[in-house]
Write a protein that binds this ligand. Structure first.
Ligand code: 8IG
Length: 271
């Protein structure tokens, strides 16, 4: 396939998924999409009134989840009149299904009518004052995956990718929220201490394995993007202890109530 045809094919797959979603939910359109990453899934129940809860694979072209804590479900919620499409879990680049699998959820959200997307993740933090369980607004990213989620000569401006308007809104909902620059690695290994030194020298303050490629596609489709990280661990080499996935899930479970009420408030401001 040529790159141009690849773009059309990704859009057509998303339209198919959006059509099935419309049938199952009875809603021709949704307003806001939320992608819940590691540590955020337990917050899902706090966001609104669930009106549909399906496996992501009930929609065409979704990939079954590979990782514990990545639920692979899709919900339709009602939050004070806002129709919210929630993805519990995501497909990661390290699962090796390719960039189109990574971005299918946000392409589907766009095809379903969402003009705003909230991308959340669990990540490592480079600021020693960010204890595990600290939420951080993403103000910019550095894509260290070596991959692009766009096909062909598709030039997209990423200035203000993480909407200044939505960040200001979050700051009014939760004054003093920290802000950071998110560096996306391919994973699935965590970084070496030397790689964390590289990220610090580049101006990155958060490290993870998601979000940036999805945000790029959202911008290419004209959606407004809000990025929220939950720092679940200090970046490699900073705490003296090794990193492990269970610790990450545990930090999410204990922060769930706070993240849920933050997200619930933020969603109600998105209209
Ligand atoms: I949760 O320290 C979580 N995800 N790359 N590094 C990377 N991804 C992560 C980390 C981390 N913690």
């Amino acid at each position: 396939m040529t790159d141009h045809v690849s773009t059309i094919a990704a859009g057509a797959r998303a339209s198919e998924a959006a059509a099935v979603l419309a049938g199952l939910s009875g809603l021709p359109r949704h307003d806001v999409a939320v992608v819940l990453g590691s540590g955020w899934v337990p917050a899902a129940d706090l966001l609104g009134e669930t009106t549909l809860d399906i496996a992501n694979t009930d929609l065409p072209h979704f990939t079954p989840p590979a990782v514990a804590g990545h639920a692979g479900r899709v919900r339709s919620l009602e939050a004070d009149g806002i129709r919210v499409l929630v993805f519990l879990g995501r497909t990661h680049l390290y699962e090796e299904h390719g960039v189109d699998a990574v971005t299918h959820a946000v392409r589907t959200a766009s095809a379903a009518g969402c003009s705003t997307v909230v991308l959340t993740n669990g990540c490592g933090g480079l600021d020693p004052t960010w204890q595990p369980g600290t939420p951080v607004l993403i103000k910019d990213h550095i894509n260290l995956t070596g991959a692009s989620p766009l096909h062909g000569a598709h030039f997209v401006d990423l200035t203000d990718l993480y909407s200044a308007r939505l960040r200001a809104m979050c700051q009014s909902v939760e004054p003093g929220l920290a802000e950071g620059v998110y560096a996306q690695f391919r994973g699935p290994m965590y970084e070496t201490p030397a790689e964390i030194g590289m990220v610090r020298a580049m101006g990155g303050t958060l490290v993870g394995m998601s979000t940036a490629l999805e945000a790029i596609v959202c911008r290419s489709l004209g959606m407004e993007v809000l990025g929220l990280s939950l720092v679940t661990n200090l970046a490699a080499g900073m705490s003296g202890a090794p990193l492990n996935h269970e610790e990450v899930l545990e930090a999410g479970t204990s922060a769930a109530t706070r993240m849920g009420s933050l997200l619930a408030k933020v969603i109600r401001e998105l209209r």
